[in-house]
Each structure stands twice: as structure tokens, then as C-alpha cells.
Design a binder for this molecule. Structure first.
Ligand SMILES: NC(=O)c1ccc[n+]([C@@H]2O[C@H](COP(=O)([O-])OP(=O)(O)OC[C@H]3O[C@@H](n4cnc5c(N)ncnc54)[C@H](OP(=O)(O)O)[C@@H]3O)[C@@H](O)[C@H]2O)c1
Length: 386
């Protein structure tokens, strides 16, 4: 009999291209390599069915553990359609999948589908555009969330929960926090979706029946079909067009696969607070081997300082072991070492590393010189439309 402890269901809306596709690929890789998720079923929902054939499937298969059992089902559903139709289509999708392969130990639901709506200023937007956009970007995630909750944990008490753990992710945007010209419906929709996640977190707080958490993840600015109008100048705001072109020129756009990897790591670490809004720029890059080595050196220097203080309290230990140098980046993590005053082999080798120039990752692994919590490794850019 199937062991439900290792069965996972992942539902992603809008996985045919862009970020959604990258999320599926990265989740498949990460989950297949984690003992708790060896058997995972992906349920992809979008308007287009055929795009996960061929190259996409192959792409998802590279890097997947050989002993993993992954299955994919693709369902057509226009999430911008009338809510009644969307609701019954979603119920049917859930029932058909679940009866065949549930119950599951964990379910991940990723609300990824969205569009920018009209890129016009508020005064120029029509009633029909408002209705269509709000239904798609707010109405459908709201409805799907409710149906999912009801399905996973039927509140009539007649049946046990169909999953032990549920994680709901809203793909958010900086636009949920910052207003960008000619993106009124988009930004409002993202703020509303963030609130939906907070609302679920509040309503389900204290639930003991099963373990549930929600998250709003802002992936950063990417070049995808969604942002193509900005690059092509089809937006009523010149400043928005310019900032996308500048990001491309300066190579500061985010890669959909990289941001998806960070999101998956966040999900699997499972340390975020339910309902939180987390931006890709809030997340540290994974420390490299060099960074680990450097961190070990730093710890050794600290230990040496502590020892010297214990042996002779009068010895003045140089506290400038790691100080910001003149050309420090603004977050101040690149450092210089006064090996003379530290007089220890570890300090010398730390100095060597720093003189050679530490990599960005290694610099990120250094404790902040002012004792503040570590800043994210990426410099937080000026707010850019996303
Ligand atoms: N690109 C950025 O810079 C950026 C920045 C911040 C946040 N985001 C967010 O990231 C998410 C993905 O965006 P993206 O850039 O990857 O956009 P994208 O390339 O346009 O992809 C959007 C996805 O949504 C699906 N979709 C569109 N209309 C749909 C409908 N009516 N019913 C069902 N599915 C529909 C599309 O699938 P089908 O067409 O096959 O149905 C597609 O897979 C969105 O939530 C977006 O707001 C993007």
C-alpha cells in the first residue's frame, strides 16, 4: 500500500511559461532530492495544455533524482472566466486527481497566474477592464483558496483532513507595497492577494487538525511575456518603460529559475511566518564552500580573541578584525584584517582570503561589522515596477 508520508501534491496555476514554468522545474528538482517528497504529483492549471510536452518535460527531468516518482497532469481552465465556472472546474480537477492518489502528506498550492491588466493611468481604465482584471487577479485566487481549504479539511467533520500539511503561496510583487504609474489594477490586485494570504493565516491560526501556512513571495523583476509590453514601450508611463529598459541594460533583471530556486528553498526550510510577504531580495544566496570556509576562519579568530581575554584580561584585543574597508559595498560586509594585532595563524589566513578579494558569497557570510543583522546579499535596488 502507498505510504502517504512521502506523497506530495503540488498545484501551480499558470505553468505554461515564465515564472510558473520555472517554479515547476525547480520544485520538481528540489522535491525529488528530498526524502520526504519522493513521490510528487504536479497538477498544472492554465489556459494552454500542450506546452508542457517535449522540451519542457525534458527540462524538468534534468536534475531529478532517479528514484523519484513524479507525475504531471495538466488541466485547462480559464481562471479569468465566470467565477461559478472556475469554481466547478477546480472542484472537478481536485476530485479527479485526489481520488486516484490521495491522501497526501503535504500539499503546495502556488497562485502564480496573473496579468498586468491595462497599462494605463486610472482615469483611462474602462468598467469592463476593471471587472475582468479584478475577477482574474483577485476573484479567482480567492475562490480557489476557499475551495482548496474546504477540500483539504472538510469542515463538516465527516472525514479526516486529506493532507497533513498545506502550504499556500501567492506570487506577489513589489507592486503590492509600492505604487507604480500605469499599473493601478495590477498593484491593487497584488496588495489584495497579500491580504488574502494574511486573512487565511489569521482564520486558520490555531488549527490543530492539520498544519497550514501561507506566504506571499515577490519574485523580482523578470523579462517574461508579462513584462514584454514594458520593453516594447506599450505602457502609459514613460518612467516605467525606462526603468525596465535600464534594468535590462544594467543586467539587474532577475532570472526566473534563480528566483524560483530561492522560493523553493524558503518553502522547504519552512521557517517563514504564516502570511509573510517575502521578496527575492530579502533572501540570501546559498553560501558557497568558500563562504563556509571563511565563516569558519572568522569563528576561529573570535575564539582566539576570547581565549586571549580569558588568559590575560589586560590584553587588548583588536576589535577591528573585520572592519569595513574604504571600498566596502554599502552593506559593509567586505572587510580588512589587521593580522599584526591578531597575531594568529587563522587571522593571517583570513587576511589572505580578504586580500585576494572575497567573492560576493564569501563577503555575505561575514558577520556585519556593526553587529546588525545581516543585510541580504543582493543590494536592495531602488523600487522598480514588477
Ligand atoms: N515578470 C515580472 O517581472 C514579475 C514581477 C513580479 C511578479 N510577477 C508575478 O509572477 C507571476 C508570473 O508572471 P510571469 O512574468 O511569469 O507572466 P507570464 O509569462 O505572462 O505567465 C503568466 C502565466 O499565467 C497564465 N495565465 C494567464 N492568463 C490566464 C488565465 N486567464 N487563466 C489561467 N492561467 C492564465 C499563463 O498561462 P496560459 O497563457 O497558458 O494560460 C502563464 O502561464 C505573476 O503572478 C506575476 O504577477 C512577475
Amino acid at each position: 500500500m502507498a505510504d502517504e508520508r512521502s506523497k506530495t501534491l503540488v498545484i501551480v496555476t499558470g505553468a505554461s511559461r515564465g515564472l510558473g514554468k520555472a517554479i515547476v522545474v525547480e520544485m520538481a528538482k528540489a522535491l525529488s532530492n528530498s526524502a520526504a517528497h519522493k513521490r510528487t504529483h504536479f497538477l498544472l492549471i492554465g489556459r494552454v495544455r500542450h506546452r508542457w510536452d517535449g522540451a519542457e518535460r525534458q527540462e524538468a527531468q534534468d536534475g531529478i533524482a532517479e528514484d523519484a516518482q513524479l507525475t504531471v497532469a495538466i488541466h485547462r481552465c480559464d481562471l479569468a472566466g465566470p467565477l461559478e465556472d472556475v469554481g466547478s472546474a477546480f472542484d472537478a480537477i481536485l476530485s479527479s486527481e485526489w481520488t486516484g492518489s490521495g491522501p497526501f502528506h503535504q500539499v503546495y498550492f502556488i497562485h502564480n497566474s496573473a496579468n498586468t491588466g491595462p497599462l494605463d493611468i486610472i482615469r483611462d481604465i474602462s468598467p469592463a477592464e476593471i471587472r475582468t482584471n479584478l475577477l482574474f487577479n483577485i476573484g479567482s485566487p480567492f475562490l480557489l483558496t476557499g475551495r482548496l481549504l474546504r477540500f483539504v479539511a472538510p469542515n463538516d467533520g465527516a472525514a479526516p483532513p486529506r493532507a497533513k500539511r498545506l502550504r499556500i503561496v501567492n506570487i506577489s510583487s513589489l507592486g503590492a507595497k509600492v505604487a507604480f504609474p500605469a499599473s493601478g489594477l495590477y498593484c491593487m490586485g497584488k496588495a489584495a492577494r497579500d491580504m488574502l494570504m494574511l486573512q487565511v493565516a489569521a482564520e486558520e491560526k490555531g488549527t490543530t487538525e492539520y498544519d497550514i501556512k501561507t506566504l506571499s513571495y515577490a519574485p523580482g523583476p523578470m523579462r517574461t511575456a508579462m513584462t514584454e509590453p514594458m520593453f516594447e514601450g506599450r505602457c502609459a508611463s514613460e518612467s516605467v518603460i525606462q526603468s525596465f529598459r535600464d534594468m535590462e541594460k544594467n543586467n539587474t533583471l532577475v532570472d526566473p529559475y534563480e528566483t524560483s530556486r530561492k522560493m523553493v528553498r524558503l518553502l522547504l526550510d519552512d521557517k517563514y511566518e504564516s502570511g509573510a510577504h517575502i521578496d527575492v531580495f530579502d533572501i540570501e544566496d546559498e553560501p558557497s564552500n568558500e563562504a563556509f570556509a571563511l565563516q569558519a576562519e572568522v569563528m576561529a579568530v573570535r575564539e582566539e580573541n576570547r581565549r586571549l581575554r580569558t588568559v590575560n584580561p589586560k590584553v587588548e584585543v583588536d576589535r577591528r578584525a573585520v572592519l569595513p574597508s574604504a571600498d566596502s559595498p554599502p552593506d559593509g560586509r567586505r572587510g580588512v584584517v589587521h593580522s599584526r594585532s591578531l597575531a594568529s595563524p587563522t587571522a593571517a589566513s583570513l587576511a589572505g582570503l580578504l586580500v585576494r578579494g572575497v567573492s560576493q558569497e564569501a563577503a555575505a557570510a561575514l558577520p556585519h561589522p556593526h553587529g546588525q543583522p545581516q543585510a541580504p546579499q543582493h543590494q536592495q535596488p531602488q523600487p522598480q515596477p514588477q
